[in-house]
Design a protein around this ligand. Structure first.
Ligand code: DQA
Length: 151
């Protein structure tokens, strides 16, 4: 069994489905977890799917992924725009990293246009709602396969 793909979610994402559905859609985080797990399992991977409001917990989970994961998919929520600590932890994971946002942050307020996650990510998926997580799983699996070929 390969190592799992870590899918880490930041603050307020536990409210998906209820929170600003005109921006974030009506799919809940539990539904996103099920969709992501099904997508990964079809390719022989497990996911570790987590959500927290705490920046330090995201950092600790990235350290966990570094030891025990095959790739990281991260929607750091608002911390994307503020957290040097998450940027540094991502730089240290040495695994494929895919950044996800449900909304297209570039169509929104200017304070969302910069992400500290982006500079530490291999790729970015945004604006495609919950489906973006499935696309991120596909991308992470492709990056894992590519890394194995070049190892
Ligand atoms: C978000 C975009 C962020 O700007 C926002 O703070 C979020 C959600 C997204 O998925 O679109 O919490 O990361």
């Amino acid at each position: 069994m390969p190592k799992p793909i870590y899918i880490l979610n930041g603050p307020n994402l536990n409210l998906l489905g209820k929170r600003e559905p005109e921006i974030y859609g009506t799919t809940t985080l539990a539904e996103i977890e099920a969709m992501s797990a099904a997508r990964a399992e079809a390719a022989g991977f497990r996911v570790v799917f987590r959500q927290t409001a705490r920046e330090g917990e995201l950092v600790e989970w990235l350290h966990d992924a570094r030891e025990n994961g095959a790739a990281v998919i991260i929607n750091a929520g608002a911390y994307s725009h503020t957290s040097v600590a998450i940027h540094d932890a991502l730089r240290a994971v040495d695994l494929p990293v895919v950044e996800v946002h449900l909304s297209n942050v570039h169509r929104r307020e200017s304070f969302r246009h910069h992400s500290f996650v982006s500079a530490a990510a291999d790729g970015i998926i945004m604006g495609l709602g919950a489906h973006g997580y499935e696309l991120a799983v596909d991308a992470a699996i492709a990056l894992i396969a590519k890394a194995a070929r070049t190892a």
